[in-house]
Design a protein around this ligand. Structure first.
Ligand code: A3P
Length: 280
């Protein structure tokens, strides 16, 4: 991860019309990629013959710092993409390549209840490497102490949250739970933020509903591309296409975490976010 971040910091040239989707792993990156891709490309593709019907959402929006499968020249691949580029990152805001936040490009940040994020992460990790198994206790201890893939959960959220408060036209802060409870409203908000609001005509023809339907957990998991194949082979890790989908629910942590763990996690998160205005 560090190598990818360092390389991105040295090579990534931000452009003012970039749209950057920022998340911590397991907060709904795949969903956000699908939604943003479908929204920004809706005039190019028909919903009945859409790239998302045959391509994995992880493939249609590349990460800035994570090489695409089979590419030794990731920086060149990213640089060669035509504007406006739709890109993703797991990097914390303070590690984004120089100029990314000051060049005027828009950032959409998606976060999720930390308990569900942790449970999702645990399942994901345990599917990645054969024979590897992390217990809930061990995963909980690491998460609680701030050992998460891109830094402590709360710091990651807070950096983007503060920027979204300071510059709401540049950083849009979303929560997974918010999309689950009212996807239509979020899709409209996202389109507005990205400068491509739904027109009256599109509203009448149900374009926003089409986006929500195409990107729904049910639809995506029913497609062959999201059931078989591999997204990014990396060392001894094979990221199968299906590993990015599990339950897609809010509150699944109750089935995997004790009440005591949940209270402990809620309390540290509350403490770390105190005074910021951000609550889970
Ligand atoms: P669960 O493990 O709780 O089911 P990421 O894309 O950041 O890796 O996050 C993966 C999580 O988002 C998984 O959560 C996955 O099931 C969920 N997810 C993926 N696609 C989704 C969609 N279209 N709608 C809702 N949740 C989705």
């Amino acid at each position: 991860m560090l190598e990818g971040i360092l390389l991105a910091q040295q090579t990534f040239k931000p452009r003012a019309d970039n749209v950057i989707l920022a998340t911590q792993p397991k907060c709904g990156t795949t969903w956000l990629k699908a939604l943003a891709f479908a929204i920004t490309n809706r005039s190019r593709y028909d919903f009945s013959d859409h790239p998302l019907l045959t391509r994995h959402p992880q493939h249609v929006v590349p990460f800035i710092e994570i090489p695409t499968a089979g590419s030794d020249h990731h920086a060149a691949v990213i640089e060669a993409l035509p504007s406006p580029r739709l890109l993703a990152t797991h990097m914390p805001m303070s590690l984004l390549p120089p100029g990314t936040t000051s060049c005027g490009c828009r950032v959409v940040y998606l976060c999720r209840d930390p308990k569900d994020t942790l449970v999702s992460r645990l399942h994901f990790e345990n599917k990645l490497v054969e024979g590897f198994s992390l217990s809930m206790d061990a995963a909980f201890s690491m998460f609680y102490e701030g050992f998460s893939p891109y830094g402590p959960f709360w710091d990651h959220c807070l950096e983007y949250w503060r920027e979204s408060v300071a510059r709401p036209n540049t950083v849009l802060f979303l929560k997974y739970e918010e999309i689950k409870s009212d996807p239509m409203q979020v899709v409209r908000k996202l389109a507005e933020f990205l400068g491509v609001p739904f027109t009256q005509e599109e509203e009448s023809s149900g374009a926003a509903q089409e986006v929500v339907k195409l990107c729904s957990f049910e639809k995506l998991t029913s497609l062959q591309v999201n059931q078989v194949g591999v997204v990014r082979p990396r060392n001894n890790v094979r990221l199968s296409n299906s590993v990015f989908y599990r339950k897609g629910e809010v509150g699944d942590w109750v089935n995997h975490m004790s009440q005591e763990m949940a209270e402990k996690l809620d309390s540290i998160v509350q403490h770390k976010l105190q005074g910021s205005g951000l609550v889970f």
